[in-house]
Design a protein around this ligand. Structure first.
Ligand code: UN1
Length: 529
């Protein structure tokens, strides 16, 4: 079957297992960004009241879900993973059609959901606590992981399946219930994802889907927090919105899990394997049309190889196949028309002292502004942009300081290692980073000094595996980490228990037995007996 879905979906929010009536938040049609004439999903949007209703449904369902033994919750996660795996191609096709992600990458994204389920299946049999010795006899200490409660998860559309799974799978496994607000422009994928999860056996109300715009979501979240219906917020998106969500959570004494933007640096040392470095820069700069939070932001290249790197990077970007994401392309369109306007703003940051490379033009690919080798029909049917390499960027440039979501890569030069580190950290983001070098000392020094939460050595900034901690520092997040065992600290709270079976009140710090030492003893003058 062709890797593009054709049937138009009719979708709405789902609260407590039922579709929300009407369209209190208006309607929306998601369109194939490679062919804007194709409507992928007709969406009935909900309002803030529906968000609150979803939070209430999740809140009401939580005690019963938490009472399901964790290994049984793990078995439900297993069933979900198997269903996702069995629909891998269909879900990937829908991702390709709704947000324009190349089909091979979309398959990888669905695999990331399956991997996440696979990881957490057996966590249901662990969720380990500890036994801890007491300072007193006949008393034992323990720790238990308790679910946090109701989780509100708000996700972006660039990874419309994988990133939600990073939150939703461990949240559910730990005994939480969820209100999920995905990106509206990926509503069809989100609704399909919900269906696979629901069919996996989740009781009604355990996972609720709210399709709503930003203002309705924010108002609904604010009310739900104030009503005590939400205990944890997870958000993947821009640093600007992350700040607002952080403020809202702070007012309610909550610590959200924030995964925000990046300006991910890729350092090319003088001794680097340049072919490998260019391959990495090409994939992380222009794969997914540069719309990953881990996408390459700024390549930082040593003086001695600067010109050669640029020449090779330019040639590779020019030769890369852009076009119909259902075909074999490096990248397709931007996800949605709404990103086009913002991308044009980033292009507006290019200054006269910059050199622009990477394609036969800049800006939107049209008949009048063609991309040599464009694959797959008329580019004007979709939201296609030329890949853009901007060379000779410095720390004074706006282009250096801002995250630029889309197919644009800045390139800066350095001569000393200190300069490379200053460039890698100076913008204040700290999500992903990479260094290409054959020198182990340089790699280790980079790891130590780069501020990013994730470091690649001789690998691109993108493509984190689903079971290593994922998250950033500085403007890229609030220090929370997703994935693997590390995310358990987001979705559980530690409960400490002490159990005294001495039959009397033993007071900590006061009733502790003391064993004395011969404090005056010194080795000096000691004869061994
Ligand atoms: C994101 O863009 O929000 O490491 C996540 C990667 C992917 C996930 C990106 N596994 O590029």
């Amino acid at each position: 079957m062709s890797p593009s879905a054709t049937q138009t979906l009719e979708v709405a929010s789902i609260v407590a297992g039922r579709a929300v009536d009407g369209a209190a938040g208006g309607t929306l049609a998601t369109r194939n960004p490679a062919d804007l004439t194709q409507v992928v999903a007709n969406v009935r949007l909900a309002d803030s009241a529906a968000f609150v209703a979803a939070a209430r449904a999740a809140h009401d369902a939580q005690p019963a879900w938490a009472a399901v033994p964790a290994p049984v919750r793990g078995a439900v996660v297993q069933q979900i993973g198997r269903l996702v795996e069995a629909s891998k191609e269909s879900l990937a096709r829908l991702i390709t059609t709704e947000i324009g992600k190349p089909y091979a990458e979309a398959l990888g994204e669905v695999q990331e959901v399956v991997d996440t389920c696979n990881f957490f299946i057996s966590e249901g049999r662990r969720l380990y606590g500890q036994t801890v010795p007491s300072e007193m006899p006949d008393k034992q200490l323990f720790t238990f992981r308790k679910p946090v409660g109701t989780c509100a998860i708000v996700t972006a559309g660039n990874f419309p399946a994988a990133v939600p799974s990073w939150y939703i799978v461990p949240a559910l496994l730990c005994g939480n219930t969820v209100v999920w607000k995905p990106a509206e422009y990926a509503a069809g994928v989100s609704r399909a994802f919900y269906e696979l999860f629901a069919r996996g056996g989740l009781p009604d109300g355990t996972l609720n889907l709210v399709l709503a715009d930003g203002p309705a979501t924010f108002a609904g979240l604010e009310q739900s927090l104030e009503l005590g219906l939400v205990d944890k917020v997870g958000f993947t998106g821009s640093s600007e919105v992350g700040v607002q969500i952080g403020e809202l959570c702070g007012r309610n004494l909550q610590t959200p899990c924030l995964e925000l933007g990046g300006k991910n640096p890729l350092v090319v040392m003088g001794d680097a394997d340049l072919e490998l470095a260019v391959e990495g820069a090409l994939f992380s700069g222009f794969g997914t049309a540069g719309q990953r939070c881990t996408s390459l932001g700024v390549a930082i290249v040593h003086d001695s190889v600067y010109d050669e790197f640029l020449e090779r990077f330019d040639a590779a970007a020019r030769a890369a196949v852009a076009g119909d994401p259902a075909g074999d392309v490096l990248f397709g369109p931007l996800m949605n028309e709404r990103f086009a306007e913002r991308f044009e703003q980033w292009l507006g940051l290019i200054q006269p002292h910059h050199r622009v490379l990477g394609s036969s033009g800049t800006g939107r690919i049209t008949a009048a502004n063609p991309r040599a080798g464009f694959s797959g029909g008329d580019p004007e049917r979709g939201v296609f942009y030329h890949p853009t390499i901007v060379a000779d960027v410095t720390t004074d440039d706006e282009l250096y300081r801002r995250e630029t979501f889309g197919p644009i890569v800045a390139v800066a030069r350095f001569s000393t290692f200190d300069e490379a580190i200053a460039l890698a950290n100076g913008h204040g983001y700290g999500l992903s980073s990479a260094i290409y070098t054959r020198d182990a000392t340089a790699a280790l020094r980079f790891r130590e000094r780069v501020s990013a939460g994730m470091v690649s050595v001789n690998n691109s900034t993108s493509g984190a595996e689903a079971h290593l901690p994922f998250g950033g520092n500085g403007k890229s997040g609030n220090g929370s980490r997703q994935s693997g065992v590390w995310v358990l600290d987001q979705f559980t709270r530690w409960q400490s228990v002490n159990w005294d079976f001495s039959g009397k009140l033993q007071k900590a710090q006061m009733d502790v037995v003391e064993i004395t030492a011969d404090e005056g003893f010194r080795l000096d003058g000691w004869d061994g007996r």
